[in-house]
Design a protein around this ligand. Structure first.
Ligand SMILES: [Zn+2]
Length: 408
Protein backbone atom coordinates (compact mmCIF):
# COMPACT_ATOMS: atom_id res chain seq x y z
CA UNK A 1 0.00 0.00 0.00
CA UNK A 2 2.88 2.35 0.64
CA UNK A 3 4.43 1.34 -2.67
CA UNK A 4 4.33 4.08 -5.23
CA UNK A 5 3.22 2.80 -8.60
CA UNK A 6 3.16 6.43 -9.81
CA UNK A 7 6.94 6.49 -9.52
CA UNK A 8 7.39 4.91 -12.92
CA UNK A 9 5.50 7.70 -14.65
CA UNK A 10 6.93 10.66 -12.80
CA UNK A 11 9.76 11.40 -15.18
CA UNK A 12 7.77 11.14 -18.39
CA UNK A 13 5.98 13.84 -20.35
CA UNK A 14 2.70 12.46 -18.99
CA UNK A 15 3.65 13.51 -15.43
CA UNK A 16 0.45 14.40 -13.57
CA UNK A 17 -0.22 16.93 -10.83
CA UNK A 18 0.26 13.99 -8.43
CA UNK A 19 3.69 13.26 -9.90
CA UNK A 20 4.71 16.91 -9.47
CA UNK A 21 3.51 16.88 -5.87
CA UNK A 22 5.51 13.71 -5.26
CA UNK A 23 8.65 15.31 -6.72
CA UNK A 24 8.25 18.33 -4.44
CA UNK A 25 7.42 16.27 -1.34
CA UNK A 26 10.42 13.99 -1.82
CA UNK A 27 12.71 16.98 -2.36
CA UNK A 28 13.78 15.70 -5.81
CA UNK A 29 12.53 18.82 -7.61
CA UNK A 30 11.41 21.89 -5.68
CA UNK A 31 11.33 24.68 -8.26
CA UNK A 32 9.31 25.16 -11.45
CA UNK A 33 12.52 24.89 -13.46
CA UNK A 34 13.56 21.64 -11.79
CA UNK A 35 10.08 20.19 -12.35
CA UNK A 36 10.28 21.08 -16.06
CA UNK A 37 13.69 19.48 -16.29
CA UNK A 38 12.75 16.23 -14.52
CA UNK A 39 9.38 15.75 -16.24
CA UNK A 40 10.04 17.22 -19.68
CA UNK A 41 6.78 19.16 -19.40
CA UNK A 42 6.54 22.68 -20.80
CA UNK A 43 6.65 25.68 -18.52
CA UNK A 44 2.95 26.32 -19.20
CA UNK A 45 1.90 22.74 -18.37
CA UNK A 46 3.91 22.67 -15.16
CA UNK A 47 2.30 26.01 -14.27
CA UNK A 48 -1.23 24.68 -14.90
CA UNK A 49 -0.67 21.56 -12.82
CA UNK A 50 0.94 23.47 -9.97
CA UNK A 51 -1.94 25.93 -10.01
CA UNK A 52 -4.35 23.12 -9.13
CA UNK A 53 -2.14 22.07 -6.22
CA UNK A 54 -1.98 25.67 -4.99
CA UNK A 55 -5.76 26.00 -5.25
CA UNK A 56 -6.20 22.80 -3.24
CA UNK A 57 -3.94 24.30 -0.57
CA UNK A 58 -1.48 21.41 -0.87
CA UNK A 59 1.51 23.42 -2.09
CA UNK A 60 2.99 26.71 -0.97
CA UNK A 61 5.99 28.82 -1.81
CA UNK A 62 8.91 28.05 0.48
CA UNK A 63 10.05 30.44 3.17
CA UNK A 64 13.67 30.04 2.07
CA UNK A 65 13.48 32.59 -0.78
CA UNK A 66 14.54 32.16 -4.43
CA UNK A 67 17.26 29.70 -5.44
CA UNK A 68 19.25 29.41 -8.68
CA UNK A 69 17.26 27.70 -11.42
CA UNK A 70 18.73 24.61 -13.13
CA UNK A 71 17.53 26.08 -16.44
CA UNK A 72 19.46 29.30 -15.86
CA UNK A 73 17.86 32.73 -15.88
CA UNK A 74 16.16 34.28 -12.90
CA UNK A 75 16.40 32.56 -9.53
CA UNK A 76 13.23 30.53 -8.87
CA UNK A 77 10.93 30.37 -5.91
CA UNK A 78 11.12 27.05 -4.05
CA UNK A 79 7.94 25.05 -3.59
CA UNK A 80 7.00 22.95 -0.59
CA UNK A 81 4.22 20.68 0.60
CA UNK A 82 1.78 22.71 2.72
CA UNK A 83 1.44 20.54 5.80
CA UNK A 84 -1.14 22.84 7.40
CA UNK A 85 -4.10 22.20 5.10
CA UNK A 86 -5.16 19.05 6.97
CA UNK A 87 -4.38 16.90 10.02
CA UNK A 88 -4.20 13.15 10.66
CA UNK A 89 -5.45 11.04 13.55
CA UNK A 90 -3.51 7.97 14.64
CA UNK A 91 -3.84 5.28 17.29
CA UNK A 92 -1.63 2.44 18.44
CA UNK A 93 -3.29 -0.45 20.28
CA UNK A 94 -1.41 -2.74 22.61
CA UNK A 95 -3.12 -5.59 24.44
CA UNK A 96 -4.13 -3.56 27.51
CA UNK A 97 -3.03 -0.06 26.64
CA UNK A 98 -3.52 2.38 23.80
CA UNK A 99 -2.06 5.62 22.60
CA UNK A 100 -3.60 8.11 20.20
CA UNK A 101 -2.54 11.40 18.66
CA UNK A 102 -3.45 14.21 16.33
CA UNK A 103 -0.57 14.86 13.93
CA UNK A 104 0.40 17.29 11.21
CA UNK A 105 0.87 15.92 7.70
CA UNK A 106 4.62 15.89 8.29
CA UNK A 107 4.34 13.85 11.49
CA UNK A 108 4.53 16.44 14.23
CA UNK A 109 2.35 15.48 17.21
CA UNK A 110 -0.19 18.21 18.05
CA UNK A 111 -2.02 16.42 20.86
CA UNK A 112 -1.57 13.02 22.43
CA UNK A 113 -3.37 10.74 24.83
CA UNK A 114 -2.73 7.31 26.31
CA UNK A 115 -4.60 5.07 28.69
CA UNK A 116 -6.16 1.71 29.33
CA UNK A 117 -8.03 0.06 26.47
CA UNK A 118 -8.25 -3.72 26.57
CA UNK A 119 -8.26 -5.45 23.17
CA UNK A 120 -9.95 -8.46 24.76
CA UNK A 121 -13.03 -6.26 25.27
CA UNK A 122 -13.51 -6.66 21.51
CA UNK A 123 -13.35 -4.41 18.48
CA UNK A 124 -16.75 -2.71 18.85
CA UNK A 125 -16.00 -1.40 22.35
CA UNK A 126 -12.34 -0.54 21.73
CA UNK A 127 -12.85 1.24 18.39
CA UNK A 128 -15.93 3.04 19.74
CA UNK A 129 -13.84 4.34 22.66
CA UNK A 130 -11.13 5.50 20.26
CA UNK A 131 -13.72 7.67 18.49
CA UNK A 132 -14.22 9.48 21.80
CA UNK A 133 -10.47 9.85 22.26
CA UNK A 134 -10.19 11.37 18.77
CA UNK A 135 -12.89 13.96 19.50
CA UNK A 136 -11.03 14.92 22.70
CA UNK A 137 -7.69 15.28 20.88
CA UNK A 138 -9.23 17.57 18.26
CA UNK A 139 -10.71 19.76 20.96
CA UNK A 140 -7.47 19.81 22.92
CA UNK A 141 -5.46 20.93 19.87
CA UNK A 142 -8.10 23.38 18.64
CA UNK A 143 -8.69 21.67 15.29
CA UNK A 144 -12.02 20.94 13.60
CA UNK A 145 -12.98 17.38 12.73
CA UNK A 146 -13.50 18.51 9.11
CA UNK A 147 -9.74 19.13 8.86
CA UNK A 148 -8.98 15.44 9.42
CA UNK A 149 -7.98 13.78 6.13
CA UNK A 150 -7.59 10.24 7.44
CA UNK A 151 -7.00 7.89 10.37
CA UNK A 152 -4.16 5.40 10.83
CA UNK A 153 -4.39 2.49 13.28
CA UNK A 154 -1.67 0.13 14.53
CA UNK A 155 -2.82 -3.22 15.97
CA UNK A 156 -0.88 -6.07 17.63
CA UNK A 157 -1.71 -8.74 15.06
CA UNK A 158 -1.30 -9.73 11.40
CA UNK A 159 -3.32 -7.45 9.11
CA UNK A 160 -4.75 -7.81 5.63
CA UNK A 161 -4.22 -4.12 4.83
CA UNK A 162 -6.36 -4.16 1.66
CA UNK A 163 -9.36 -5.50 3.56
CA UNK A 164 -8.60 -3.49 6.72
CA UNK A 165 -9.02 -6.58 8.89
CA UNK A 166 -6.81 -8.66 11.16
CA UNK A 167 -6.21 -12.28 10.21
CA UNK A 168 -6.21 -14.93 12.95
CA UNK A 169 -4.57 -12.68 15.55
CA UNK A 170 -3.26 -14.75 18.49
CA UNK A 171 -3.56 -11.96 21.07
CA UNK A 172 -6.70 -10.21 19.78
CA UNK A 173 -9.60 -12.57 20.56
CA UNK A 174 -12.83 -11.55 18.83
CA UNK A 175 -11.12 -9.41 16.19
CA UNK A 176 -10.55 -12.04 13.47
CA UNK A 177 -12.06 -10.77 10.22
CA UNK A 178 -13.85 -7.85 11.90
CA UNK A 179 -14.38 -4.73 9.76
CA UNK A 180 -11.95 -2.49 11.69
CA UNK A 181 -11.76 0.34 9.16
CA UNK A 182 -15.54 0.58 8.81
CA UNK A 183 -16.14 0.62 12.57
CA UNK A 184 -13.43 3.19 13.29
CA UNK A 185 -14.68 5.48 10.51
CA UNK A 186 -18.16 5.24 12.05
CA UNK A 187 -16.85 5.90 15.57
CA UNK A 188 -15.08 9.04 14.29
CA UNK A 189 -18.33 10.28 12.74
CA UNK A 190 -20.42 9.39 15.80
CA UNK A 191 -18.15 11.34 18.13
CA UNK A 192 -17.35 14.35 15.94
CA UNK A 193 -20.30 14.74 13.57
CA UNK A 194 -17.89 14.99 10.62
CA UNK A 195 -18.17 12.89 7.47
CA UNK A 196 -16.28 9.57 7.53
CA UNK A 197 -12.63 9.71 6.45
CA UNK A 198 -10.37 6.97 5.06
CA UNK A 199 -9.02 4.60 7.73
CA UNK A 200 -5.85 2.57 7.22
CA UNK A 201 -4.87 -0.24 9.55
CA UNK A 202 -1.60 -2.14 9.78
CA UNK A 203 0.40 -4.28 12.17
CA UNK A 204 2.09 -2.36 15.00
CA UNK A 205 5.62 -3.59 14.30
CA UNK A 206 5.23 -2.62 10.62
CA UNK A 207 4.12 0.90 11.51
CA UNK A 208 6.79 1.33 14.19
CA UNK A 209 9.41 0.28 11.64
CA UNK A 210 7.95 2.68 9.08
CA UNK A 211 7.90 5.60 11.55
CA UNK A 212 11.43 4.96 12.82
CA UNK A 213 12.94 4.40 9.38
CA UNK A 214 11.43 7.55 7.88
CA UNK A 215 12.38 9.84 10.75
CA UNK A 216 15.71 8.41 11.87
CA UNK A 217 17.17 6.36 9.01
CA UNK A 218 15.69 7.70 5.75
CA UNK A 219 18.70 6.54 3.72
CA UNK A 220 18.63 2.98 5.04
CA UNK A 221 17.31 0.75 2.23
CA UNK A 222 16.83 -2.35 4.39
CA UNK A 223 15.54 -1.67 7.89
CA UNK A 224 14.27 -4.21 10.44
CA UNK A 225 12.50 -3.40 13.70
CA UNK A 226 11.73 -6.05 16.29
CA UNK A 227 9.06 -5.22 18.84
CA UNK A 228 9.27 -7.24 22.04
CA UNK A 229 6.37 -6.43 24.33
CA UNK A 230 3.63 -8.82 25.40
CA UNK A 231 4.23 -10.57 22.05
CA UNK A 232 7.08 -10.46 19.53
CA UNK A 233 6.83 -9.12 15.98
CA UNK A 234 9.06 -7.59 13.35
CA UNK A 235 8.55 -4.87 10.75
CA UNK A 236 10.63 -4.71 7.59
CA UNK A 237 11.05 -1.55 5.49
CA UNK A 238 12.71 -2.06 2.10
CA UNK A 239 13.46 0.90 -0.18
CA UNK A 240 11.18 3.12 1.88
CA UNK A 241 8.12 0.83 1.80
CA UNK A 242 6.80 -1.62 4.37
CA UNK A 243 7.39 -5.17 3.16
CA UNK A 244 4.26 -7.15 4.08
CA UNK A 245 4.50 -10.35 2.08
CA UNK A 246 1.59 -11.68 0.01
CA UNK A 247 -1.03 -11.56 2.78
CA UNK A 248 0.43 -9.34 5.50
CA UNK A 249 2.18 -12.13 7.36
CA UNK A 250 5.80 -10.99 6.85
CA UNK A 251 7.75 -10.37 10.04
CA UNK A 252 5.62 -12.50 12.35
CA UNK A 253 8.76 -13.96 13.96
CA UNK A 254 7.16 -14.54 17.37
CA UNK A 255 5.82 -17.88 16.13
CA UNK A 256 9.06 -19.31 14.80
CA UNK A 257 9.75 -22.58 16.66
CA UNK A 258 12.75 -22.68 18.98
CA UNK A 259 14.03 -25.79 20.81
CA UNK A 260 13.97 -23.99 24.17
CA UNK A 261 10.22 -23.57 23.82
CA UNK A 262 9.30 -27.22 23.29
CA UNK A 263 7.32 -27.36 26.54
CA UNK A 264 5.87 -23.86 26.34
CA UNK A 265 2.32 -23.29 25.10
CA UNK A 266 2.00 -20.14 22.98
CA UNK A 267 -1.09 -17.94 22.80
CA UNK A 268 -1.41 -19.00 19.16
CA UNK A 269 -2.18 -22.52 20.40
CA UNK A 270 1.11 -24.13 19.35
CA UNK A 271 4.04 -25.29 21.44
CA UNK A 272 7.56 -24.06 21.00
CA UNK A 273 7.07 -20.53 19.67
CA UNK A 274 9.72 -17.88 20.31
CA UNK A 275 7.04 -15.64 21.87
CA UNK A 276 6.16 -18.38 24.38
CA UNK A 277 9.66 -18.21 25.89
CA UNK A 278 11.16 -14.82 25.05
CA UNK A 279 8.38 -12.20 24.95
CA UNK A 280 7.53 -9.72 27.69
CA UNK A 281 4.55 -11.93 28.47
CA UNK A 282 6.79 -15.00 28.85
CA UNK A 283 9.22 -13.13 31.11
CA UNK A 284 6.29 -11.89 33.21
CA UNK A 285 5.04 -15.48 33.63
CA UNK A 286 8.46 -16.68 34.77
CA UNK A 287 8.68 -13.83 37.25
CA UNK A 288 5.21 -14.61 38.57
CA UNK A 289 6.24 -18.26 39.04
CA UNK A 290 9.05 -16.99 41.25
CA UNK A 291 6.67 -14.85 43.28
CA UNK A 292 7.43 -11.52 41.59
CA UNK A 293 4.14 -9.80 40.70
CA UNK A 294 4.12 -9.35 36.89
CA UNK A 295 1.41 -10.04 34.32
CA UNK A 296 2.41 -8.24 31.12
CA UNK A 297 5.25 -6.77 29.10
CA UNK A 298 4.67 -3.36 30.65
CA UNK A 299 5.03 -4.84 34.17
CA UNK A 300 8.39 -6.26 33.07
CA UNK A 301 9.36 -2.87 31.68
CA UNK A 302 8.77 -1.29 35.09
CA UNK A 303 10.78 -3.97 36.88
CA UNK A 304 13.65 -3.51 34.41
CA UNK A 305 13.58 0.26 34.88
CA UNK A 306 13.92 -0.31 38.62
CA UNK A 307 16.90 -2.65 38.05
CA UNK A 308 15.12 -5.73 39.42
CA UNK A 309 17.82 -8.47 39.34
CA UNK A 310 15.62 -11.42 38.34
CA UNK A 311 13.85 -9.41 35.64
CA UNK A 312 17.23 -8.27 34.34
CA UNK A 313 18.57 -11.82 34.14
CA UNK A 314 15.45 -13.14 32.42
CA UNK A 315 15.44 -10.23 29.94
CA UNK A 316 19.02 -11.00 28.96
CA UNK A 317 18.17 -14.67 28.50
CA UNK A 318 15.14 -13.69 26.38
CA UNK A 319 17.46 -11.46 24.33
CA UNK A 320 19.72 -14.43 23.61
CA UNK A 321 16.77 -16.52 22.36
CA UNK A 322 15.55 -13.66 20.14
CA UNK A 323 19.13 -13.02 18.98
CA UNK A 324 19.38 -16.58 17.72
CA UNK A 325 16.30 -16.10 15.52
CA UNK A 326 17.52 -12.66 14.45
CA UNK A 327 20.76 -14.20 13.19
CA UNK A 328 18.63 -15.92 10.54
CA UNK A 329 16.64 -12.75 9.84
CA UNK A 330 19.84 -10.76 9.37
CA UNK A 331 21.38 -13.42 7.14
CA UNK A 332 18.29 -13.45 4.95
CA UNK A 333 17.71 -9.68 4.68
CA UNK A 334 21.17 -8.12 5.28
CA UNK A 335 19.67 -4.99 6.88
CA UNK A 336 21.64 -1.82 7.59
CA UNK A 337 19.76 -1.22 10.84
CA UNK A 338 18.27 -3.68 13.30
CA UNK A 339 16.19 -1.78 15.83
CA UNK A 340 14.99 -3.31 19.10
CA UNK A 341 11.76 -1.75 20.40
CA UNK A 342 8.98 -2.50 22.86
CA UNK A 343 8.79 -3.15 26.60
CA UNK A 344 11.95 -5.27 26.78
CA UNK A 345 14.14 -2.96 24.66
CA UNK A 346 16.75 -2.09 27.27
CA UNK A 347 20.39 -2.90 27.90
CA UNK A 348 19.99 -6.45 29.33
CA UNK A 349 17.83 -7.65 26.43
CA UNK A 350 19.94 -5.96 23.75
CA UNK A 351 23.11 -7.38 25.30
CA UNK A 352 21.59 -10.85 25.00
CA UNK A 353 20.59 -10.20 21.37
CA UNK A 354 24.11 -9.07 20.45
CA UNK A 355 25.72 -12.09 22.13
CA UNK A 356 23.89 -14.59 19.96
CA UNK A 357 23.47 -12.48 16.83
CA UNK A 358 27.17 -11.90 16.23
CA UNK A 359 27.99 -15.46 17.22
CA UNK A 360 25.51 -17.03 14.78
CA UNK A 361 25.20 -14.69 11.81
CA UNK A 362 27.73 -14.55 8.98
CA UNK A 363 30.33 -11.83 9.60
CA UNK A 364 29.57 -10.42 6.15
CA UNK A 365 25.91 -9.88 7.01
CA UNK A 366 26.71 -8.05 10.27
CA UNK A 367 29.79 -6.07 9.13
CA UNK A 368 27.83 -2.88 8.47
CA UNK A 369 24.84 -3.68 10.69
CA UNK A 370 23.83 -1.16 13.34
CA UNK A 371 21.96 -2.69 16.28
CA UNK A 372 20.08 0.14 17.97
CA UNK A 373 17.15 0.75 20.29
CA UNK A 374 14.04 2.73 19.43
CA UNK A 375 14.42 6.48 18.87
CA UNK A 376 10.74 7.42 18.91
CA UNK A 377 9.90 5.11 21.81
CA UNK A 378 6.18 4.75 22.48
CA UNK A 379 5.37 7.23 19.70
CA UNK A 380 6.87 5.16 16.88
CA UNK A 381 3.59 3.44 15.99
CA UNK A 382 1.69 6.74 15.96
CA UNK A 383 4.23 8.42 13.70
CA UNK A 384 4.21 5.42 11.36
CA UNK A 385 0.40 5.27 11.29
CA UNK A 386 0.20 8.98 10.45
CA UNK A 387 2.79 8.61 7.69
CA UNK A 388 0.94 5.61 6.24
CA UNK A 389 -2.19 7.74 5.85
CA UNK A 390 -0.33 10.68 4.29
CA UNK A 391 1.61 8.49 1.82
CA UNK A 392 -1.63 6.77 0.84
CA UNK A 393 -3.68 9.94 0.33
CA UNK A 394 -0.99 11.94 -1.49
CA UNK A 395 0.31 9.09 -3.66
CA UNK A 396 0.35 10.21 -7.31
CA UNK A 397 -2.30 7.71 -8.36
CA UNK A 398 -4.77 9.08 -5.79
CA UNK A 399 -4.12 12.80 -6.19
CA UNK A 400 -6.11 13.32 -9.40
CA UNK A 401 -9.29 11.85 -7.92
CA UNK A 402 -8.93 13.89 -4.73
CA UNK A 403 -8.26 17.14 -6.62
CA UNK A 404 -11.37 16.55 -8.72
CA UNK A 405 -13.39 15.93 -5.56
CA UNK A 406 -12.16 19.31 -4.28
CA UNK A 407 -13.33 20.89 -7.54
CA UNK A 408 -9.88 22.09 -8.65
ZN1 LIG B 1 2.85 -19.00 18.67
Amino acid sequence: MTGRPGRTGRGGSQASAGDLLELVRSGRATTRGALQQVTGLSRATVGQRLERLFRAGWLREGAGGPVDSPLGGRPSITLEFDDEHAVVLAADLDTRHARAALLTLTGEILAERSGTLVVEDGPDAVLGALGGWFAGLLEQAGHRAEEVCGIGLAVPGPVDTDAGRVVQPPIMPGWDGYDITGRLARAFTEHTGAAPVPVLVDNDANLMAYGEQRTGFPDCSAFVLVKVSTGIGAGVVVDGSVFRGVDGGAGDIGHIRVPEGAEALCRCGSYGCLAAVASGGAVARRLAERGVPAASGSDVRELLAAGHPEATGLAREAGRLVGEVLATVVTLLNPGVLMIAGDLAGTPFVTGVRELLYQRALPRSTARLEVVTSRLGERAGLVGAGALVVEHLYAPERVEERLRALGV
